[in-house]
Ligand binder design. Structure first.
Ligand code: PLP
Length: 398
């Protein structure tokens, strides 16, 4: 029996991805679980040797495609398989310099090991800096898999004290206010009521986890103004938008400067890397300069830095981002033509080299629940149609 068959049987018995893992495999052609064994350039290959054009890119890091020769070479050539804990390597320092030169708000940057760690660290730093506890986030925005950030559903200040996702302890949810994305009036009202308790507002500047919902004109500028008025730290979570919407992230694209921002995905070129940074006065709160303890055993480790630095150097070459944006437009066009052929037309959004597909009007979508309700069934049909035609799309809707 092949591994696919064994795992398919496991899945049939409601054991998600296999007996030793809680991860569920996505269903491929014919309903069998999809396992990839090989990836190169724009392609992924499954265990039955089917080749697909990969529109997912491992959920974002593979901006240069899979197994890019320069990235692989940089990792292979990295002889120091050691750690930088407490003493940055030259690679980490070079990486920090490059990031600060590309991202407008970055005076200082700290390397960590994932997007989740970056957002958690930025929030903790904002709490340390302001001496306040609560945070405002937006419905449908995702900031990682930590307890305090998983609260997705619910909107309005009334969610204060109410854990709105299963499994989120009340103690964490209590300090998280979840407001509707793009609703500046809700933010203004909340800050007028409880502004003194709010340490930070964290937002995806383009809501990538609702597919790709751009901010309405004035939303990010309004957040900047309100944060200044109320002494609240503004955090842009650029884990998805960073180096993608523009080389300097969504903050460069929209010309709005956050106090702190967080990065992941592309920044590691496929290795576990994240980073957070921003205003010097806030970043200097980190020990040993300030009182906020922040460290990770693998932060800045040389193998990960080699992959990340090589990727950033390649994508920051003149003309790269422009071609990437053009390439994204072509990919979208190809998808749109396929969708029309399948009789499942959709509308698309594109901001720089980031895009989303909607089977209902993107203009009207403001919440994750709405996306799920309107898109899930049609997306599932489209996903399978495309898969059979050799195109692998993000199966986020199921
Ligand atoms: N923030 C955003 C906007 C994300 O899209 C993600 C992951 O998809 C994260 C944070 C968490 O990053 P990671 O999965 O690297 O922990």
């Amino acid at each position: 029996m092949s591994r696919s068959e064994i795992l398919f049987n496991s899945a049939q018995r409601h054991i998600p991805g296999g007996v030793n893992s809680p991860v569920r495999a996505f269903r491929g052609v014919g309903g069998t679980p999809l396992f990839f064994k090989h990836a190169e350039g724009a392609y992924v290959v499954d265990e039955d040797d089917r080749r697909y054009v990969d529109y997912v890119g491992s959920w974002g890091p593979m901006i240069l495609g899979h197994s890019h020769p320069d990235v692989l070479e940089a990792v292979r050539a990295q002889l120091v398989h050691g750690l930088s804990y407490g003493a940055p390597t030259a690679l980490e320092t070079e990486m920090a310099e490059l990031i600060c030169s590309l991202v407008p708000s970055m005076d200082m940057v700290r390397m960590v090991s994932s997007g989740t760690e970056a957002t958690m660290s930025a929030i903790r730093l904002a709490r340390g800096y302001t001496g306040r506890d609560s945070i405002i986030k937006f419905e449908g925005c995702y900031h990682g898999h930590s307890d305090s950030l998983l609260v997705k559903a619910g909107s309005g200040a009334l969610t204060l004290g109410v854990p709105s996702s299963p499994g989120v302890p009340a103690a964490f949810a209590k300090h998280t206010l979840t407001l509707p994305y793009n609703d500046l009036a809700a933010v203004e009202q909340t800050l007028a009521e409880v502004g003194q308790e709010i340490a930070c507002i964290i937002v995806e500047p383009v809501a990538g986890n609702m597919n790709c919902v751009p901010p309405v004109p004035g939303f990010l500028e309004g957040l900047r103004r309100l944060c200044d008025q109320h002494g609240v730290v503004l955090i842009f979570d650029e884990v998805m938008t960073g180096f993608r919407v523009a080389l300097g992230g969504a903050q460069a694209y929209y010309g709005v400067t956050p106090d702190l921002s967080t990065f992941g995905k592309i920044v590691g070129g496929g290795m576990p890397v994240g980073c957070f940074g921003g205003k010097r006065v806030i970043m200097e709160q980190i020990a040993p300069l300030g009182p906020v303890y922040q460290a990770g055993t693998l932060s800045g480790n040389p193998l990960a830095m080699a992959a990340g630095l090589t990727t950033l150097k390649l994508i920051s070459q003149p003309g790269f981002h422009e071609s990437l944006t053009d390439y994204t437009r072509c990919m979208l066009q190809g998808l749109t033509e396929r969708a029309q052929a399948a009789g499942i037309p959709f509308v698309t959004t594109q901001v720089g080299a980031m895009f989303g597909l909607y089977f209902s009007s993107a203009d009207s979508i403001t919440s994750f629940a709405e996306v799920m309700a309107s898109d899930a069934e049609r997306f599932k049909r489209f996903f399978h149609f495309m898969l059979e035609g050799g195109v692998y799309l993000a199966p986020s809707a199921f």
